[in-house]
Design a protein around this ligand. Structure first.
Ligand code: BMA
Length: 327
């Protein structure tokens, strides 16, 4: 179910004049803001291999500017059919199952099902959890943490026999701070064993990540450690700027940071990243990767408006992370 059955992973070779370790898809953005009849914007969304193609959970803010999650399906990972109706979660205790808002989803296959985490409104933002096998019925679980928290990102396999999640405790608004923490759970219900992973960088070391940081896509297991792509924020005189970089975390102790990129992998530079509802935001929430070739496709939201793709090779990103590490 979760393993790719065809070789159609999105991919485009690196352009000859590209200086970066990763490069943008030439036909970005892949998802326009108005794909749905009621969408104001579609961004910060998550995808995963599903059947002969892909499925995903998409952040679609509607024209009431309500933050909703919608399921979507694709043959090639580039052209998406997103459901007009938003996801209706089922099975939760009504105390937490009353929908307020949801945004910035992540999706991961663990053992026998897909788990979805997102920023869930419950007396402020916290981490909502659900599971699905078909992207039609979504079974809601308990929220993982107390408010306020964002960027809940599960590891793709159990660690020390437990589910494992990164998150970023925050405040109730546009939080001007934020460290990444690690937590474990035996059952996706009770979370503990909380560990600090990393703080924003010093301004003088790596300014793009000096205000707050948050885990991005599901970490990828490599021989050098868990490859974590994460966003970092610079508080400029004209507002927040969201870029993203990479870190390597210990395989058995993921709260131990082995390396962390000083330069960003990608920052807002193209028009569709610099202009939109929130200018200067690149916000990755998912990857697809092919173990045989080491190819990586990164899905990232642009300017809180549209969704784009960037490509790279896992081993080159790992080497970049080590070579430029500020740890
Ligand atoms: C963060 C989240 C993201 C958003 C970003 C920039 O706090 O709300 O969804 O992309 O701000 O507005």
């Amino acid at each position: 179910m979760n393993t790719q059955k065809n070789s159609s992973m999105p991919w485009e070779d690196k352009p000859a004049n590209e200086k970066g370790v990763i490069w943008r898809y030439s036909a970005n953005p892949i998802i326009p803001r108005d794909l749905l009849s009621t969408s104001n914007s579609i961004f910060n969304s998550a995808v995963a291999p599903f059947g002969d193609g892909y499925a995903g959970v998409f952040r679609c803010d509607d024209t009431n500017r309500r933050m909703r999650l919608h399921a979507g399906f694709s043959r090639d990972g580039i052209h998406w059919n997103i459901e007009e109706d938003d996801i209706r979660l089922t099975g939760a205790d009504p105390e937490v199952g009353t929908w307020i808002y949801g945004y910035d989803p992540r999706v991961v296959w663990i053992d026998d099902r897909y788990y979805v985490t997102w920023c869930n409104g419950y007396h402020g933002p916290t981490i909502g959890c659900a599971w699905t096998t078909d992207f039609k019925t979504f079974h809601q679980l308990e929220n993982a943490f107390l408010p306020f928290n964002r960027n809940g990102v599960l590891f793709p396999r159990k660690i020390n026999g437990n589910f494992a999640m990164l998150s970023r405790p925050s405040d109730n608004g546009h939080t001007p701070f934020g460290d990444i923490f690690y937590s474990e759970s035996p059952d996706m219900k009770f979370w503990g064993r909380h560990r600090h992973v990393m703080s924003p960088a010093k301004f003088e070391d790596s300014a793009w990540q000096c205000t707050k940081i948050g885990a991005g896509p599901i970490p990828i297991k490599t021989p050098a450690g868990w490859l974590l792509i994460y966003h970092g924020v610079l508080a400029s005189c004209n507002g927040f700027v969201y870029s993203f970089g990479s870190a390597l975390l210990g395989l058995n102790e993921p709260w131990k940071v082995l390396a962390r990129s000083g330069p960003y992998l990608l920052s807002p530079q193209k028009d569709y990243e610099c202009m939109g509802d929130v200018p200067n935001v690149t916000f990755p929430c998912a990857t697809l990767h092919d173990p045989a070739t080491g190819r990586l496709a990164i899905y990232y939201g642009c300017a809180d408006t549209v969704t784009s793709l960037a490509f790279g090779y896992i081993d080159e990103i790992v080497a970049f992370t080590k070579r430029t590490s500020i740890v």
